[in-house]
Ligand binder design. Structure first.
Ligand code: OAD
Length: 233
């Protein structure tokens, strides 16, 4: 791969799997343990807010038990050492990219460690349970929800992502099943713009056939190797 000036990277649950965070669609994964419509939709939240707040409180608390892995650290190395432009987009709501050393991360599905107030619509850094209805740090109303994008809601910063895809020369997808749009369609956007496309995943994803190149294995091995290639040549 030569003369790469602009890289867009998309990560999914697979990049955090080796840190001990459950993926969504694996056997025994989060969507086998919980119904998507109960815990990841606005309707589910309206029906049973305690269940939903408790689910995200549990996932936020679980972050205290895990650490970044070599895949997160390699992507931080890329940020620090790559001389071209790179945009790291993650579907993950954990903070492991940041803990691995990345400082510029676009969380298109939101973040567990952020609260969204449904009254004043402001976002606040958040590290505590929500089930006991704490007040919003800004307007004091007890109307916080997880700052996580649910099914039926618009992911964050889509214009910025599509603009980067339209001008990138390499799109790399890491640890994502390619089952959820709009992220699953990014590879086609990048291809339409003439970019190279590479998938790094444990197994062929649902959208594997859209990629010019696929490598299969553990993110903690594939990602440092790939970053080494980019920085080395
Ligand atoms: P999935 O659980 O759908 O897919 C995870 C992918 O990572 C699978 O293809 C696995 O094979 C792969 N994988 C697992 N372990 C890996 C490892 N050690 N190294 C490399 N790959 C590995 O998770 P996502 O694709 O991230 O959205 O899911 C996308 C969205 O669906 C999530 O952001 C979430 C979910 O519903 C919302 O909640 C809005």
């Amino acid at each position: 791969m030569t003369e790469l000036k602009r890289i867009v990277i998309l990560t999914g649950a697979g990049v955090s799997a080796e840190s001990g965070i459950d993926t969504f669609r694996s056997a025994g994964g989060l969507w086998e343990q919980h119904k998507v419509e109960d815990v990841a939709t606005p309707e589910g939240f309206a029906r049973d807010p305690d269940l939903v707040l408790g689910f995200y409180d549990m996932r936020r608390e679980a972050l205290t038990q895990v650490e970044a892995n070599d895949a997160h650290r390699a992507l931080a190395r890329l940020e620090a050492e790559y001389s071209g432009e790179r945009l790291l987009v993650t579907q993950n709501v954990d903070d492991l990219h940041e803990r691995g050393g990345s400082t510029q991360v676009l969380h298109m599905h939101g973040e567990l460690k952020s609260a969204l107030c449904t009254s004043c619509e402001m976002r606040s850094a958040w590290d505590a349970p929500m089930v006991d209805r704490p007040p919003c740090p800004i307007c004091r109303a007890s109307t916080l929800r997880p700052d996580v994008v649910w099914f039926g809601e618009m992911p964050y910063q889509m214009e910025r992502i599509y603009a980067a895809l339209a001008t990138c020369d390499l799109f790399v997808s890491i640890g994502t099943s390619g089952a959820v749009y709009p992220a699953a369609g990014f590879v086609q956007e990048a291809r339409a713009a003439g970019a190279q496309t590479l998938e790094l995943n444990l197994e062929p994803s649902e959208g594997s056939h859209h990629f010019a190149q696929s490598r299969h294995g553990l993110a903690s091995e594939l990602v440092p190797e790939w970053v080494g290639e980019i920085l080395g040549g």
